[in-house]
Design a protein around this ligand. Sequence first.
Ligand SMILES: NC(=O)c1ccc[n+]([C@@H]2O[C@H](COP(=O)([O-])OP(=O)(O)OC[C@H]3O[C@@H](n4cnc5c(N)ncnc54)[C@H](OP(=O)(O)O)[C@@H]3O)[C@@H](O)[C@H]2O)c1
Length: 364
Amino acid sequence: MRALLRCRASKFEHRSPFLAGFRTIVTTCRAVVLPHFGGPEVLQLRSDVEVPNLKPDEVLVRARAVSINPLDTRMRSGYGRSIFEPLLPVILGRDISGEVAAVGSSVRSVSVGEEVFGALHPTAVRGTYADYAILSADELSAKPGSFTHVEASAIPFAALTAWRALKSTARIKEGQRVLVIGGGGAVGYAAVQISVASGCHVATTCGSQSIDKLLAAGAEQAVDYTTEGIEFTMEGKFDAVLDTIGVPDTERIGIHLLNRGGHYMTLQGEAASLTDRYGLVFGLPIATSILLQKQLQYRCSHGIEYWWTYMRADSEGLDEIRRLCEAGKLKIPVEKTFPITQVMEAHEAKDKNTIPGKVVLELD
Ligand SMILES: NC(=O)c1ccc[n+]([C@@H]2O[C@H](COP(=O)([O-])OP(=O)(O)OC[C@H]3O[C@@H](n4cnc5c(N)ncnc54)[C@H](OP(=O)(O)O)[C@@H]3O)[C@@H](O)[C@H]2O)c1
């Protein structure tokens, strides 16, 4: 891996009313590139990766911290190859916290010099593991004032995934009962906090080491999935179940624990794995037909709504998430940071599960 190298330029043009896709003065920067799929050793920190022109709705962000999500390590190993293989080399990374370095001609929501945080959508090709990342304006919001860049970078992708499922899909309301399967992970912990902040009664499953943290976050019941039979221990039924684990057993239990009219949402939708196996042309229709079949089946057998939910950019959601962070109602603890130059070691630690919580890469 190359030694630490600086960006080739550090002055920026501001918004131009005349140019649609204008040229920033930054032309190349450091970035972690994935030339082909494989283990952590395939990651390359290159010093001369092109920074493309900004489109009118885009923002150039000087990255200070980028968190590692399971999607990053899975993408590195070949998940989503039907989409990414023809586009290699790609840059990994979804989450970011940093400063606005330049904005496209139509951007009004953020300005140069402002501290921002946000996340790219799951299929973005130019990721955030770079000194300069490009996100659309609706993928960014002001960084929560009291958060460091490291703390802020842990939030957006996980919290927006939970937000999409709970607020956009299930439309949870005050007084409803929500079950989060896998509350110990980043998405699950965010989901518990968002549900509590929405006035819901929340139960969750997690490892023994996470129980105290989840009860302190407002969960009324936290069941250790390693020692207790979840379906017999959970008290009552639920209006919404967010299943971050999404294996057949958790799916069966989640559906069994729902009230009629409730929503079951899994984060492990099969669209990507089926398109990887059968290609985009056949895989997508197969995935759609499997989903429709399951939706119909569970509507008839249990009277519930069944969903595969995915992270999606949502500027209003991200603003709400920022407000929850600032109000002390939402936080995802960071277990360890690595400098970007040690990205291989950081990915290795996630692969081997030697660091169970959030890992963040810092860019000087
Ligand atoms: N569909 C999407 O758009 C989307 C978006 C984001 C994430 N995801 C997926 O969602 C999953 C969670 O993501 P994340 O960022 O939250 O990952 P994470 O922070 O690595 O969390 C994973 C957690 O799962 C818990 N766990 C494992 N097996 C469990 C079980 N049987 N029951 C309950 N908890 C269990 C563990 O918690 P304990 O420490 O408590 O044991 C672990 O910490 C990943 O598979 C990821 O790929 C999907």
